[in-house]
Write a protein that binds this ligand. Structure first.
Ligand SMILES: [Zn+2]
Length: 221
């Protein structure tokens, strides 16, 4: 029994479904996505990756081109961990304030840097501040991904506060926004995962829930 339990834990998200099936309750796992912006981060991304691996959880990382160029090894580790990599612009700028040409350059430069390391061009973009222009969908062929739950993790160093803000609000098929840019955010990510898995959630990458995504539409004037 103990060996079986360890095996289930190692399987992570797939284990939740198997466990319920074995128990005969036939509950469909509730999908949820956890996402991290602004990396790769020299100090915190690898710690985060280790904890995600231990939990068998895959996440989505929206990377900054300038950081990608600086820390290619960490980008490779994200890719090797089976996580989904998206774009978050090159310089963390408000893309809706730029000319189309400048916005496209922010995306293309970042995508090229990621492709150089992973061999894949990202398909998804989380524009900084959630600010995007509809015509850029066509100009860049990127799919915009916003979020449903934003605990403002960058404003506090208290991981319990961040965790509570997410756990109290989250619903099935939500996209959670975090940043792998501080110790408290990484700790909160682990607490959020552990807590929501107990509540029957299964963590997936954003491409697995976008088909029924409504998200937040922001005004960016
Ligand atoms: Zn950002």
């Amino acid at each position: 029994m103990f060996a079986g339990f360890v095996c289930m834990a190692a399987l992570g998200k797939y284990a939740a479904g198997l466990t319920r099936e074995a128990m005969g309750t036939e509950v469909t796992p509730k999908k949820i996505a956890i996402t991290f912006d602004d990396g790769p981060n020299e100090k915190y991304t690898e710690e985060l990756l280790k904890g995600l691996e231990e939990r068998g959880v895959t996440a989505t990382f929206f990377l900054l081109g300038k950081e990608v160029e600086q820390y290619p090894d960490i980008v490779k580790e994200i890719k090797d961990g089976g996580h989904l990599i998206g774009t978050h612009s090159y310089d963390h700028v408000n893309l809706s304030n730029l000319t189309d040409a400048a916005a496209i350059e922010q995306v293309d430069k970042t995508n090229a840097a990621i492709h150089e390391i992973t061999g894949e061009y990202p398909e998804y973009i989380r524009p900084p501040f959630g600010c995007w222009k509809a015509n850029l969908d066509y100009e860049t062929s990127m799919i915009e991904v916003l979020w449903d739950v934003d605990p403002l993790d960058w404003k506090t160093s208290n991981s319990d506060v961040i965790t509570k803000r997410v756990v109290d609000k989250v619903e099935e098929n939500d996209i959670i926004l975090l940043h792998d840019a501080s110790e408290s955010s990484v700790k909160a990510a682990f607490k959020i995962i552990d807590e929501l898995e107990k509540e029957g959630y299964t963590f997936v990458t954003v491409d697995e829930i976008l088909f029924n995504y409504t998200g937040n539409m922001l005004q960016c004037k």
